[in-house]
Design a binder for this molecule. Structure first.
Ligand SMILES: Cc1ncc(C[n+]2csc(CCOP(=O)(O)OP(=O)(O)O)c2C)c(N)n1
Length: 595
């Protein structure tokens, strides 16, 4: 038999969708295997790319994939964690569902961190894991783990399939649940016998309804009216927005809303890029390392309008000191978020793509110029004390902020920025400029180190026409550095910018500020990254000198293919402003002397 080795990934036609059912018509009424049914389902659901890693319990699906390689692109990652973060990056840059394959046992457990990350950051994923034969379940068979129980708290839905006849329905439900309502990760565990089993295939029927599951709630108009009245009467209305705007594809509706009402708007790190950075009503970032103005003025606004955000503790600081003076309007698609952390005056349960225009219609056209000016005045103070010296140092070591400033100048805000977790993440979110949505990809709720590199790979597959820059610390890069192998084999073009401060910087910052500078195990050594990259056929360079920074960034961006640039940055820089843990948002400090 001729052996076909699928090495380079094939770019395929992705014009399959649920309406174009010609493919399942081809197979409908025939006998196929459970594995073929899985792949048919993916194609009909419009999936073009799968991130995965094979193994014993998922071999029948990989065997079937051998015949589907021209219809489905499979990216062989180097670790299942890399696979799921790549799936997340793909979903976040494309707005589509990320699909991930893993084998049973350790393959499945390697997905758990990514599932938790996707769950808290509302990322739509369908993960398919192989499982041991049904007759071996519960016998401690080789590579058997109870993946359903392990992943129940970190999935929106999961299910085990032991009979091939159930595969089409399970997959249809999986896609429906993953992408509707508040999106999230779904896991389908398929026993090996079900993958191998032949059955009479009746066609694939995409799911659009599940009893008791209400992804699109009916909006109560009286709440819209109450909210509009509060906004119309407000002297100091303040909008805070999160990823719900992006997930709901409501960027235009959001812009129309704030522009009509003259409403200053601040973002959570997951909401970043929903509104262009330089929009006159964009007043900056919320939260622990957010901007000074939005944090202080949260406690001075009279009406707080939260759109598609969940009042995470990193955003609210101490809850008993959070916006106590304000009436709160909360627009969210997930009813469990309403009144969870912050008591709401007017709840608006619904899809913000639908609710925002309803609200916009009822609000009066206003400017609130004096109120918006208050944000600018505090912003000026922050610029004087923090931002100016972070972005424009003239002497001393390179700062993370100046790397971001120079990157902005070169990308003009058009790149997708993927970050890992730590100081560099906060600096990147604070200073990166964005002109378009779905451009900031970061691990927000879970703060998963190791996310950045694989998520950047996935982001590039999800948005191949865009420049993708991964900004990663010297700690985080070492957590998933094996994904250089995925870059090498696929030829995917991502720019890897390592901000190397020779420390686990964010932990060091806390040890300096709150643990008496007792630096306990935060001093981390790095390999020669340029040499490691070279070993994977990735070009690269290191910069030590300020004078060479801009050229080095330009070379990275111009390079035809992936490129690693390591920038040696200040060793003991801190990210400010900061809302110290246990303090209220208006107790935000601009420097360590204020703590
Ligand atoms: C998987 C994981 N382990 C540990 C942490 C705790 N943690 C948060 S930030 C950080 C330091 C990150 O260091 P580095 O990657 O060098 O980035 P820097 O803060 O220096 O920019 C650590 C250890 C985490 N967020 N995730």
């Amino acid at each position: 038999m001729e052996t076909l080795i699928i090495e380079k990934q094939i770019v395929i036609n992705t014009n399959y969708n649920a309406k174009d059912n010609s493919l399942w018509d081809n197979k409908k009424g025939t006998t196929i295997t459970g594995s073929q049914a899985v792949l048919e389902a993916l194609i009909i659901e419009g999936v073009d790319t799968v991130f995965g890693y094979p193994g014993g319990a998922i071999m029948p699906i990989y065997d079937a994939l051998y015949d589907y390689h021209d219809k489905l692109k499979h990216i062989l990652v180097r670790h299942e964690q890399g696979g799921i973060h790549a799936g997340q990056g793909y979903a976040r840059s494309s707005g589509r569902v990320g699909v991930v394959f893993a084998t049973s046992g350790p393959g499945a457990t390697n997905l758990v961190t990514g599932l938790a990350d996707a769950m808290i950051d509302s990322t739509p994923l369908v993960c398919i894991t192989g499982q041991v034969f049904a007759h071996l379940l519960g016998t401690d068979a080789f590579q058997e783990v109870d993946v359903i129980n392990i992943t129940t708290p970190v999935t929106k839905w999961n299910c085990q399939v032991t009979d091939a006849n159930e595969i089409p329905n399970a997959l249809a439900k999986a896609f429906f649940i993953a992408r509707t309502g508040r999106p999230g990760p779904v896991l389908i565990d398929i026993t090996k016998n079900a993958q191998l089993q032949k059955f009479d295939y009746d066609g694939y029927v995409p799911c659009n309804h599940i009893r008791s599951y209400r992804p699109k709630p009916i909006v109560r108009h009286n709440y819209i009216e109450q909210a509009a009245q509060l906004i119309n009467e407000a002297k100091k209305p303040f909008v805070i927005f999160g990823q719900g705007v992006i997930l709901g594809e409501a960027e235009q509706e959001f812009k129309a809303f704030i522009e009509k009402g003259g409403l200053p708007a601040a973002w959570t790190i997951l909401g970043l890029s929903a509104l262009p950075t330089d929009h006159p009503l964009n007043v900056g970032m919320l939260g622990m390392h957010g901007n000074y103005g939005p944090n202080v003025l949260t406690n001075e606004c009279d009406v707080l309008i939260a759109v598609g955000m969940r009042f995470d503790d990193r955003v609210t600081g101490r809850l008993d000191k959070y916006a106590k003076q304000a009436k709160v309007i909360h627009l969210d698609i997930d009813p469990s978020e309403i009144d969870k952390n912050v008591v709401t005056t007017v709840p608006i349960w619904g899809d913000c793509k639908e609710t925002l225009p309803m609200l916009t219609k009822l609000i009066e056209e206003k400017k609130h110029s004096d109120w918006v000016e208050e944000f600018r005045v505090l912003g000026k103070k922050e610029t004087e004390v923090v931002i100016h010296k972070e972005l424009n140092p003239t002497a001393g070591e390179i700062t993370m902020g100046e790397v971001l400033r120079q990157l902005n100048e070169l990308t003009n805000g058009d790149a997708i920025i993927v970050t890992d977790v730590g100081q560099h993440q906060m600096v990147a979110c604070r200073y990166a400029k964005f002109n378009q949505s779905k451009s900031n990809i970061t691990s927000g709720g879970a703060g998963t180190m190791g996310f950045g590199l694989p998520a950047a790979i996935g982001a590039k597959f999800g948005a191949p026409e865009r420049t993708v820059v991964a900004i990663i610390g010297d700690g985080g890069i070492q957590m998933t550095i094996q994904e250089f192998g995925t870059i090498m084999q696929t030829g995917v073009n991502v720019k890897i910018l390592i901000l190397n401060n020779r420390f686990l910087g964010m932990v060091r910052q806390w040890q300096q500020l709150f643990h008496d500078k007792r630096y306990s195990f935060v001093d981390i050594e790095s390999p020669d990254y340029v040499m490691v990259a070279k070993g994977y056929r990735i070009a690269g360079d290191t910069v030590n000198e300020r004078a060479n920074l801009k050229n080095a960034l330009q070379t990275m961006l111009n390079h035809d293919g992936s490129y690693l640039l390591e920038v040696m940055v200040a060793k003991e820089d801190n990210v400010f402003p900061m809302v110290p843990q246990g303090r209220g948002v208006s107790e935000i400090v601009l420097s360590k002397d204020d703590i």
